[in-house]
Ligand binder design. Structure first.
Ligand SMILES: Cc1cc2nc3c(=O)[nH]c(=O)nc-3n(C[C@H](O)[C@H](O)[C@H](O)COP(=O)(O)OP(=O)(O)OC[C@H]3O[C@@H](n4cnc5c(N)ncnc54)[C@H](O)[C@@H]3O)c2cc1C
Length: 578
């Protein structure tokens, strides 16, 4: 399974070629990455947005995650522009009828871009307050209102549009429509201008205004009144997959910064030979490993822990960009002026991805929005941890690598998880198993300490009363729970896959997982204002070793994260002198 994914990623890399110079030029001109998107079409990426049932190749969300990460480590603009088609089509896969699915599949497979129009100028994340209306007229529905800002709103021929069909501000007052622009009267809609943006500057971030546009009755996706529910179920897929953008941006940044540290001479010695830069690189590699493990486990959970995705997506959507933003901040400092100047060092790649990535924590549900959603599920998470119950079979599929995933069943996506989070709830058993193992020095201690942290946290979560506007402390607990999830995911991935990766340098002696656990527990303590964690056996040697491996991987293009893949090295001449 893993080999097939790696082959697909390598093929995608080969199709993309060396894009560094091109993406920098496009960014400066604020031009759409049309050539890169055409290459993604030529590779066949659109087929990965279409379920196999409808003639596509989407049968493994982990693979789609990996493919998006491969594009994201080249150019976030390209993946944001191209990937939007999956988001636009998702409501059809989740709730559409067979003729909508067939029509959408044919369009997507032919390379037609799609859009997903939820936001309105007056209402961002608060979808219930939306005022865009759909009113019944003979033979169909009349659409009125503005959707803005919307990615691909101008380029897309088809959009999934959320509209108010009944009493506004009620969960059953909204419905989704599949709108084909080609079927609308020309004077009944207009595209709104592209908005200039701070990052992903070339992407079509625009909008669309409808004034009496009529769509046929069968344009409605799912039954009347299910728009909010379908949207929330689709967001469980899209928010989980968005984490690939953070993993890709983080990887690119780490490679750029590590190459810089290796080549930059300070007092005639490479920067990378100093303990501080090496520790920074190691810490960033550890956080990136944690983001990768948790995001990939979440993506695979779409198949095997489907009923938990309301919790899982609300955990990883804030977690991955938060960890990546922290990585980018530290690496920016390490790169110094080369993190800021547009025209130097690998075509100014860092400053571009630093700007581009800023939006990932905002769109498709911001960090506070997801944390607020997680808080609503605290009672279930507390009960799940107390009972130490979890879905062992589903978890084994999610954390394994050469394990076949059951086919995805989006019908099982639910608005609340009845079983909490199997990943976090497996911690007590996992800690006991690792204690009984003759594993790497310090790992069992880390696992036991994380389990104790999670127990202490859930006791505090138990005191949070359900509220429409939770107190600040509840948001902090949600952030801490994310870190517990990340730690548990790392430990589970380690336990499931250590043997098959036994020759890989990052896996020797549990290097990456020990480093990740150390960083995650330190962040957890800061988040909860607890005392810093005690050092575990072997901790002092981790940083320098991981730092050296990171520098080596950046220099030769080999894998830089535990579940990553090599990257083709950039062409000679595209890396200016440091
Ligand atoms: C590049 C880009 C691409 C986009 N693509 C699309 C797209 O394709 N389709 C689409 O429909 N929309 C899209 N959007 C819109 C985007 O998803 C919205 O902007 C988003 O929903 C957030 O809304 P907001 O920031 O405008 O405002 P608000 O939702 O009003 O948020 C304002 C602030 O309040 C916080 N907040 C909101 N709710 C809560 C809560 N419950 N608890 C705590 N804090 C909260 C937010 O985090 C934010 O800090 C895009 C936006 C951008 C910039």
């Amino acid at each position: 399974v893993r080999r097939a994914v790696e082959t697909a990623e390598a093929a995608l890399d080969a199709v993309l070629g060396d894009t560094a110079r091109q993406e920098a030029a496009l960014d400066q001109r604020e031009a759409f990455p049309a050539d890169l998107c055409a290459r993604l079409d030529a590779f066949g990426l659109p087929a990965h947005y279409v379920p196999t049932r409808w003639g596509g190749r989407l049968d493994d969300y982990g693979r789609l995650w990996s493919l998006w990460r491969t594009v994201a480590r080249r150019d976030l603009s390209a993946v944001v522009a191209h990937g939007k088609t999956f988001l636009g089509a998702a409501p059809v896969w989740v709730a559409g009828n067979s003729s909508q699915a067939e029509e959408t599949a044919a369009a997507v497979l032919a390379g037609a871009p799609m859009a997903w129009a939820l936001s309105e100028p007056e209402h961002g994340a608060d979808l219930l307050r939306n005022s865009f209306s759909a009113r019944p007229v003979p033979g169909g529905w009349r659409l009125d209102g503005v959707k803005w800002p919307v990615n691909n709103a101008t380029r897309a021929g088809r959009l999934s549009v959320l509209a108010c069909t009944d009493a506004a501000e009620t969960a059953r007052g909204h419905s989704l429509f599949l709108v084909d622009k080609a079927g609308l009267a020309p004077d009944s809609w207009r595209a709104l201008p592209k908005e200039p943006t701070h990052g992903i500057r070339g992407v079509d971030i625009s909008g669309i205004e409808f004034s009496g546009a009529t769509v046929p009755e069968d344009a409605m996706i799912g039954p009347r009144g299910t728009g909010i529910e379908t949207t929330l179920r689709c967001l469980q897929l899209t928010r989980t997959l968005c984490t690939a953008l953070s993993a890709g941006a983080g990887e690119r940044a780490l490679r750029v910064a590590a190459r810089f540290a290796a080549g930059r001479l300070i007092k005639e010695r490479p920067l990378a030979e100093r303990p501080v830069p090496l520790s920074v690189l190691a810490r960033c590699a550890a956080l990136l490993a944690a983001a990768e493990a948790s995001s990939l486990v979440a993506a695979r959970s779409i198949h095997s822990l489907t009923g938990e995705m309301s919790v899982t997506s609300a955990i990883v959507k804030p977690l991955a960009p938060t960890l990546a933003d922290s990585v980018l901040g530290e690496l920016a400092e390490l790169l110094g002026v080369r993190s800021f100047l547009v025209g130097v060092y690998e075509h100014g790649a860092f400053q571009k991805l630093y700007r581009d990535h800023q939006i990932v924590s905002v769109f498709d549900g911001s960090t506070p929005v997801n944390r607020a959603a997680l808080v609503q599920q605290f009672p279930r998470l507390v009960a799940g941890f107390e009972s130490a119950s979890y879905d062992a079979a589903g978890l084994a599929e999610a954390v394994g690598q050469n394990v076949f995933l059951r086919p995805p069943c989006t019908d099982s996506l639910t608005l609340a998880s009845r079983t909490g989070s199997s990943v976090v709830q497996s911690l007590p058993v996992l800690a006991m198993e690792l204690a009984a193992d003759n594993g790497p020095a310090g790992l069992a201690e880390q696992a036991a300490a994380l389990c104790a942290d999670a127990r202490r946290l859930t006791l505090l979560m138990a005191q949070v009363r359900p509220a429409a506007r939770p107190a600040m402390m509840a948001y902090e607990m949600a952030a801490a729970y994310e870190l517990c999830y990340a730690g548990a995911a790392c430990l589970q991935v380690w336990k499931a896959q250590a043997r098959q990766h036994s020759t890989a340098p990052l896996w020797q002696g549990g290097l990456w997982v020990r480093a990740a656990l150390r960083e995650l527990r330190a962040r957890l303590a800061v988040t909860m204002r607890w005392a810093p964690p005690d050092a575990c056996p072997g901790d002092d040697a981790i940083g320098q070793e991981l730092g050296r491996l990171t520098v080596a991987a950046a220099a030769n293009g080999s894998t830089i994260t535990p579940l990553g893949t090599p990257v083709p090295m950039i062409s000679p001449g595209s890396q200016e002198s440091v």
